[in-house]
Structure formats: C-alpha cells, structure tokens
Design a binder for this molecule. Structure first.
Ligand SMILES: [Zn+2]
Length: 386
C-alpha cells in the first residue's frame, strides 16, 4: 500500500474514535512537521478537492478551490473567514494525492492539522508521508544539480536522519520543525525533479547499524579528513556511534570551502564571549592547544587583560560565529592590529558524511552505496519495513 493509502487508514481510525485519538502516535510512515508555530492567523486555499474536518465536533466542510480563507483564533476555537466556527483542532484532508493545500501561499502535500493553543495562537502541522517529506527536504540540504549518486546518498541520509529523530518536538505535538534545527523543509513548492528522482530511486532505504537507523550526521566539507564524534561532542564516545569515526577524504579538495581565511575584530570576539557569560577583557592572544588526528583544534586559549580562558575548539567556534570560523580544522590564528585572522579547511562539524566529498566520489564513479559505506563505516542499507 502506498503512503497515501496508509494516511487514509490512519485518518479513518481518527474519525471513528473521535476526540481522544489525535493524541495517539501516528504510524511511522507519516511524519508531523511544525510549519507555523504560535501565529495569529493562517491563510488557506487549495488545488483540487480538500475538506476541513472539525476533530471535536465531527463536522466536515468542503473548501472551494477559488476561495482564499482566513483562519483566526476565536473564543474556544477558531473562525473561518469570520463566519464558520470550528473547535480547537481541525484537519484539512485532500480527496486525492494529486491535490495540494496552500498555507500562506505555499503548497503542501497530504494533510494539515491546525490547533489552537490556550494562549489563543495557532500551530500548523503538515502530516505527510515520509517519502513526500524527503522530497521537500532534499533540495534544501544538497544542490539538486549535483550528480545523481550524490543526491541518492543524501536522500538515504536525510531519510535515516528523520527516522532516528522522530518525535524530537513531541512536547509541541510534532516530529520536526521546518528549519535547520531539524532539516530544512520547504513544502511542495521547493521540490525539484532531480532530487525527487533520487528519493524515488532509494525509496524506503535507510542506513542501519546493529539493526537500527543510525544518527546520520552530515556537513558541507571536511577539508581532507572527517572527525570522530567523540572529538566534537564529549560523552559520545561509546560504541553505539562506532560508525561516526573519522575517515580520510581526498574527495572534497575542489570545494570552495576546502580552504578559507577570515578576519574577525578583537571586540567582536570579546563581545560574543561576554554575551555567553565569559568575563573576558581585551584579548591579547588566541592560541591553539592540541589537535585531533584529523587536524581539528582540541582547545583554544584566549589570553586577555583579565586572565586566560580555555574552551574546546568546537565551543569556541559555536560561540564566536560558526559561519565565519567555518570549521575547527584551523591551521593558524594570526593577530593583526585589532583583529585576528583565522585560516582553516572545510565547513561544518566534520562528523559523518562530507557532502562535497560525496559529490567528488560520485564524479569519480562511486555509487551512493559506496559513498555511504565510506563515510559511515560498518553500516548497511536496509529497506525499512514500516
Ligand atoms: Zn571531505
């Protein structure tokens, strides 16, 4: 049965068991994405047949295709175009999988749930089949013009990442948000033909280790060697992340992120540290102390007018500016008047798959299975039975 069929069986179960069932966990093929949180109103329209179901009163209403509807919170529920009253939970359900609902002008696949909170705000959740969700994720996580085998590798990684992180936002009533804090999800409107092709070619495939979906971390460019997870996040050195160990990567050398040099003013760095509660005076020097076998900085020593501060390389990067200090694979820190010049290799934390490396491997003729086995040693690909 396809995911759409499963979605309908699930929704059917909801309607027969009425008000209590929407708190139950959805089947694993359906994921819930928080697309709007705590907003004052929602614009709604549709392409094809869509119905609104009031989950508390059991009523239904057809949405007219040519209309744009405004939903606003009202007393113990919400109002549709200031006319029709609904209770605090409604679902928008398509008649067929070819129909789309538009939320604030963006098209979404599958079904939408709108909830009114006690604070009289609205939360909008897209309830969507996992494969449809990955369609909307992939173009944001990788360039859809890259070689197909690199896109397929990312499709398996993004699907596995989703399986591993299901329920991350359970307290808010969904699995993932639609930003970088989960994976960026841009709706039906951001889908691209080539990235959808990569999702279809790897349908239901996930990376497993000891029979379970792995924590499929990835990043842009490693600059020559990926990193052991235990060197980036302390406390992650147990055997369960045996597949997140550093490997040599000669495949990302053509990336523009492979080498970088950035200048940061002393007062910018000082303010960033101060905001995080580190009482740092004027900075006199910044030095590297120790490196991992992949060449990433273990500690940064900041000498300032009030003393000395020692931070892990990762924490220093995150506090100062992870988009400027692109990685902890720093080769030099040079003082120049009132500034410091950082030079290094790669972009990102370095743990898991190097995306530019995956592109380089695909260009050298590796398929996606070869790419994934290289960056996640000891794992295998399973067709996941939901
Ligand atoms: Zn690399």
């Amino acid at each position: 049965m396809n995911q759409f069929g499963k979605l309908f069986i699930f929704l059917g179960m909801i309607f027969t068991t009425a008000t209590s069932s929407y708190s139950q966990r959805l089947p694993e093929t359906i994921v819930k994405i928080g697309i709007l949180r705590n907003v004052n109103s929602v614009n709604l329209s549709c392409e094809g047949e869509y119905y609104i179901y009031d989950m508390e009163k059991g009523e239904e209403k057809r949405l007219m295709e040519q209309n744009v509807y405004l939903i606003t919170p009202f007393k113990d529920g919400m109002l549709l175009n200031e006319e029709k009253f609904f209770s605090t939970l409604i679902r928008l359900i398509p008649k067929s999988e070819k129909n789309f609902v538009k939320i604030n002008g963006k098209r979404y696949r599958d079904s939408i749930m709108i909830k009114k909170s006690r604070e009289s705000k609205l939360t909008v959740i897209n309830e969507i089949g996992l494969e449809n969700y990955i369609y909307g994720v992939l173009p944001h996580e990788v360039n859809p013009e890259w070689p197909l085998e690199a896109l397929k590798a990312q499709a398996v990684v993004s699907r596995t990442y989703a399986m591993y992180n299901l329920g991350k936002y359970e307290s808010e009533g969904f699995d993932f948000c639609n930003t970088v804090y989960s994976q960026v999800y841009g709706s039906r409107d951001s889908e691209k033909k080539r990235s959808n092709e990569a999702v279809d070619a790897t349908v239901n495939e996930v990376l497993v280790y000891d029979g379970k979906p792995i924590n499929a971390l990835f990043f842009a460019c490693c600059g020559g060697h990926t990193e052991d997870v235990s060197n980036v996040w302390q406390g992650n050195n147990s055997g369960r992340y045996g597949y997140l160990r550093g490997v040599k990567c000669p495949f990302c050398s053509k990336s523009s992120h492979n080498s970088w040099k950035k200048l940061l003013e002393e007062n910018y760095i000082r303010k960033k540290l101060n905001v995080k509660g580190y009482k740092v005076g004027q900075i006199k020097s910044i030095n590297i102390q120790g490196k991992t076998s992949s060449g990433r900085v273990r500690f940064i020593i900041v000498k300032h007018t009030g003393g000395s501060l020692k931070l892990t390389g990762n924490l220093f990067r995150m506090i100062v500016d992870p988009n400027v200090i692109k990685s902890t694979k720093i080769v030099s820190i040079t003082k120049q008047k009132d500034s410091f010049i950082f030079a290094g290799h790669g972009w990102g934390h370095g743990v898991g798959m190097c995306q530019w490396g995956a592109k380089g491997m695909a260009e050298k003729g590796y398929n996606y299975i070869g790419i994934l086995k290289y960056y996640y040693p000891g794992t295998k690909i399973d067709k996941w039975e939901y």
